[in-house]
Design a protein around this ligand. Structure first.
Ligand SMILES: Cc1cc2nc3c(=O)[nH]c(=O)nc-3n(C[C@H](O)[C@H](O)[C@H](O)COP(=O)(O)O)c2cc1C
Length: 180
């Protein structure tokens, strides 16, 4: 286990216990220090209603699990966000959540924090690029320092467990976290 002082929050946007969870759990298990992993599928996350209260008051008034997750993002130093490729995009689950981070947008609350993005697709990594581009866009629009986007290829759950190249990529992510 590697002791890293930075407070790290990992967020899985997969609706199932599959490859994204596998990667994030591996990273999580390798790290010491302050860390938490959140599986969005276990949370109540309502769609953004578009009321723009977040623009006026810097706050969302919806009553579900999102406020608690946003608090954790506020205190985290590094975010790791993982999504499967669903039709060349992030999952609807993750998109619903990212839309709800709008209260951070106006005042750039996340500015200066670090982020690593993780994308898993059943097709080639090249085909998942649009998903990574979207997550990188999110990072940029929230003022996050982007440490990189990592692509994995797997279709069935647990497929990555026997993949040596995936283990190497996971180790690269861990090394990147140690270097900052
Ligand atoms: C609705 C749906 C759409 C998908 N679309 C794509 C796609 O466009 N490109 C791709 O490479 N994989 C696609 N996949 C495959 C998933 O990305 C793949 O199964 C991945 O391992 C899922 O990650 P998970 O195990 O973390 O849930 C899709 C899967 C589903 C269920």
């Amino acid at each position: 286990m590697i002791e890293i002082m930075a407070n790290i929050l990992l967020i899985s946007g997969s609706p199932r216990k599959g490859n994204t969870d596998f990667i994030l759990k591996k990273i999580f298990q390798s790290l010491g220090g302050d860390k938490e992993i959140i599986f969005l599928r276990n949370k109540e996350i309502r769609h953004c209603s578009g009321c723009l209260s977040c623009h006026r008051f810097g706050k969302c008034f919806m009553n579900d699990d999102v406020a608690k997750i946003l608090d954790k993002m506020r205190t985290a130093k590094t975010l790791i966000i993982g999504s499967p490729n669903y039709f060349d995009n992030i999952t609807g689950l993750l998109k619903d959540f990212l839309d709800r981070t709008s209260p951070f947008y106006q005042k750039k609350v996340l500015e200066g924090k670090m982020i690593i993005n993780v994308v898993v697709g059943g097709g080639s990594k090249k085909h998942s690029k649009r998903v990574g581009d979207y997550l990188n866009y999110f990072a940029e629009s929230q003022g996050l320092i982007n440490l990189g986007c990592y692509y994995f290829r797997a279709l069935e759950p647990q497929e990555l467990e026997e993949s040596h190249s995936s283990v190497r990529a996971i180790n690269n992510i861990i090394a990147k976290l140690c270097a900052v």
